[in-house]
Write a protein that binds this ligand. Structure first.
Ligand SMILES: Nc1nc2c(ncn2[C@@H]2O[C@H](COP(=O)(O)OP(=O)(O)OP(=O)(O)O)[C@@H](O)[C@H]2O)c(=O)[nH]1
Ligand SMILES: [Mg+2]
Length: 294
């Protein structure tokens, strides 16, 4: 009996305390904070569509939540960090993927014009422990074969190539054959292409059908703003992981948030310059810190 009374006194006093100390978040409390956050995302080069989707997700998850008075701002920042943690995926392990791949492992580099496919293929060739053969699967753009051959010479890596305008599926096939004979990994470069290049997109689908690559990297330029979503859509279903290049120029990295949000695919590497060693594994915590600091 007495115990019961004690309990209800306790309950009453804790209710009073929490009414003073705690508060339920209402839309009005967070609207200005979410406005700032949306601007921060846009300044960081996150596409408008994705910035608005992130903002809406935060609004829904925060409204009605109880927080200590004066801690609304912290709650918003914490929820934002959580939402970035959910969107970004750094779980792709290239070395492990190569070990689990068929023998020889076949790796394709695909992406829009000028995104950094050829340069990144050379960086990966330098990085991989196993011996590598490069396939000159861009038979379309002028000087593309010479560009890859120059990298091959610099790195002491064999380049398998055919004539310009020949079938790139056959080049990739030959590169894999070569790799098979020599116990190597075949890293196949491809031509830059967009939605609009229907023939080139069909050609890429054929290359993938014929060669069934173990790992396909979508190479995107981190400087792409809103059109990065177009890239995620153009190559939907064709790639396993993303490589974002030119991070040395773009210290914002919002494009990575946009494409991760849209594609749900992991980011494997960041390109950080023009030298062969300018490539880093993607680390999402480091990346989130960078975004939050700006
Ligand atoms: N600063 C910087 N430049 C890069 C990086 N990656 C590639 N580049 C440069 O971007 C330009 C285009 O790179 P490529 O590797 O030729 O791009 P690509 O996707 O093969 O281009 P196409 O074959 O024409 O579609 C070159 O001048 C590269 O040196 C990077 O991480 N940082
Ligand atoms: Mg190229």
């Amino acid at each position: 009996m007495l115990g019961g009374l004690k309990d209800s006194v306790k309950e009453f006093s804790s209710n009073v305390k929490s009414a003073v100390a705690e508060k339920e978040i209402e839309e009005d409390d967070i609207d200005p904070l979410l406005d700032d956050l949306r601007l921060k995302l846009l300044k960081n080069n996150v596409s408008l569509e994705v910035a608005e989707e992130i903002e809406q997700g935060l609004r829904e998850s925060l409204t009605g939540r109880t927080v200590k008075r004066g801690n609304v701002e912290d709650a918003v920042e914490e929820a934002f960090r959580e939402s970035l943690e959910q969107v970004l995926d750094d779980s792709f392990d290239f070395q492990q993927a190569l070990e689990e791949a068929s023998d020889p492992a076949t790796v394709f580099m695909i992406g829009f014009n000028g995104s950094g496919k050829t340069t990144t293929a050379a960086k990966l060739a330098e990085m991989i422990d196993e011996e590598v053969v490069l396939g000159a699967g861009d038979t379309f753009r002028a000087a593309s074969i010479e560009q890859l051959e120059e990298h091959g010479e610099n790195l002491g890596v064999k380049v398998v190539s055919h004539e310009y305008e020949s079938d790139p599926a056959a080049v990739a096939y030959d590169a894999v054959e070569h790799a098979d004979k020599h116990g190597k990994v075949a890293l196949v470069d491809t031509a830059g292409r967009s939605h609009a290049d229907r023939n080139l997109m069909d050609e890429l689908e054929k290359m993938i059908d014929v060669n069934n690559p173990d790992i396909t990297f979508l190479v995107v330029d981190a400087l792409s703003g809103n059109d990065i979503l177009e890239q995620a859509e153009a190559y939907e279903g064709m790639f396993d992981a993303i490589i974002a290049t030119k991070m040395d120029i773009d210290d914002k990295g919002g494009g990575i948030v946009s494409i991760s949000h849209r594609s749900g695919k992991p980011v494997a590497f960041l390109g950080t310059g023009q030298k062969y060693s300018d490539i880093q594994e993607f680390d999402k915590d480091e990346f989130i810190d960078r975004i939050l600091e700006q």
